[in-house]
Design a protein around this ligand. Structure first.
Ligand code: ATP
Ligand code: MN
Ligand code: MN
Length: 302
């Protein structure tokens, strides 16, 4: 028996009703990742990924000809011929506006793969509770010449500051250049309060250590410093989903880690479509076990 059949026997993978046309179409040429390979990847991670993408408004990065192709669409709305397993939903605050996009199950993610969606960027809220975010994402963006160890130190500093507020932060690689510190919230505070809290966090870190951190989006000032990007936390803003692939060379993914795994050996694009199934098989369980159970409401003191 191969390793693959052993795993399938132990834990059946989800199957989809969506047909993949041209399953051999290449999305990441250097890594040889095809449309079918991407669908297989999402089948492997689905049991952990689902809560971070299901029933959330989505922004999608769609590259019909793969990562080196000329077409690159960042879409918040339907496109021509969109698969019916991708829902169109009305934003309750913009009832006349163009409908937004959502998936509700594994068929949905396979429909995204079929449509060459190579990055999935959800809102930090579910469509059960549009006005009350259920997570805060702090995005650590290192400028040029920042050592990886310093990005790790920034994540630990954010962790300490969030814990001091009674919250339970988790960490993931971005699959690009940085880390995301993601904190579950009981949906209670609204967008304005959550974004103000995220800004306060970024501002306090940069005020205490202006040589290391900044919390303003001015690219020119980033050299040697880490931008604490709190701007993922407004209504309609998005951040790449846990387990989403990145439309960049390497076929890296945004990988949830246990804090103990965040060492200098694991860079921001360390985990990929290729090595993720092996990683998940080797883990005792979900690296973000207890994420939503750890949610606390944001107290109204900032
Ligand atoms: P990295 O580690 O390389 O920074 P990242 O995912 O954090 O990876 P950022 O550039 O820091 O990337 O974040 C950009 C965010 O802005 C994304 O998370 C996404 O939700 C959003 N975004 C990405 N592309 C677009 C776009 N074309 N238009 C609007 N928003 C976008
Ligand atoms: Mn980033
Ligand atoms: Mn950013």
């Amino acid at each position: 028996v191969t390793r693959e059949t052993e795993q399938t026997a132990a834990r059946p993978l989800p199957t989809a009703a969506v047909t993949l046309t041209h399953p051999d179409r290449i999305y990441w040429p250097d890594e040889g990742v095809t449309k079918e390979g991407l669908a297989d990847y999402y089948a492997q991670v689905w049991r952990f990924m689902a809560p971070y993408v299901v029933n959330r408004p989505l922004a999608l990065l769609r590259l019909p000809d793969g990562i080196n192709g000329r077409q690159r669409f960042f879409q918040k709305h339907a496109w021509k011929g969109m698969n019916p397993h991708i829902d169109q939903i009305i934003d309750p605050k913009d009832k006349q506006g163009e409908k937004l996009l959502r998936i509700t199950d594994f068929d949905g993610v396979v429909a995204l793969v079929q449509s060459a969606v190579l990055e999935i960027h959800p809102w930090g809220t579910t469509t059960d509770n549009w006005e009350k975010p259920d997570m805060i994402t702090m995005d650590l963006d290192p400028g040029e010449e920042v050592a990886w160890e310093d990005v790790i130190a920034a994540a630990y500093e954010l962790k300490a500051r969030l814990e001091a507020e009674g919250l339970a932060p988790f960490v993931k690689t971005s699959g690009g250049k940085g880390l995301h510190v993601v904190t579950p919230l009981t949906p209670k505070a609204g967008w304005v309060q959550v974004k103000a809290f995220a800004k306060w966090l970024g501002d306090s870190m940069s005020a205490d250590n202006p040589d290391r951190y900044l919390a303003t989006a001015t690219k020119a000032k980033r050299k040697g410093r880490i931008f604490i990007d709190y701007l993922r936390n407004g209504r309609g803003n998005t951040a790449v989903a846990a387990y989403s692939t990145r439309a960049r060379p390497g076929a890296a993914v945004s990988m949830p880690l246990e804090w103990s795994e965040l060492t200098a050996d694991i860079g921001p694009a360390y985990f990929t479509v290729d090595n993720t199934p092996t990683r998940l098989d080797a883990l005792p369980g979900d690296p973000w076990d207890g994420f939503f159970a750890a949610a606390k409401p944001l107290e109204k003191k900032r």
